[in-house]
Design a protein around this ligand. Structure first.
Ligand SMILES: [Zn+2]
Length: 64
């Protein structure tokens, strides 16, 4: 898998986005997919007007 922004091979974890555009867009029924390495993800999301919502995943403990 390669990062769509910088083209580098992604060895670690990466951001993956898939969007199926609907009838009311100009991309009617197109499916768009791209990956971003962590560096590019940070660069792009840091330019957001509203920051990314971050939640910490809780470890699921055993039931017993
Ligand atoms: Zn990248």
């Amino acid at each position: 898998m390669r990062c769509n922004a910088c083209g580098e091979l992604i060895k670690a974890d990466a951001f993956e986005a898939v969007k199926e555009w609907g009838y009311f867009s100009e991309k009617d029924l197109e499916i768009h997919r791209f990956n971003l390495c962590e560096k590019c993800y940070d660069k792009i999301t840091s330019s957001f007007e509203i920051p990314v919502e971050i939640n910490i995943k809780k470890e699921v403990m055993g039931t017993q």
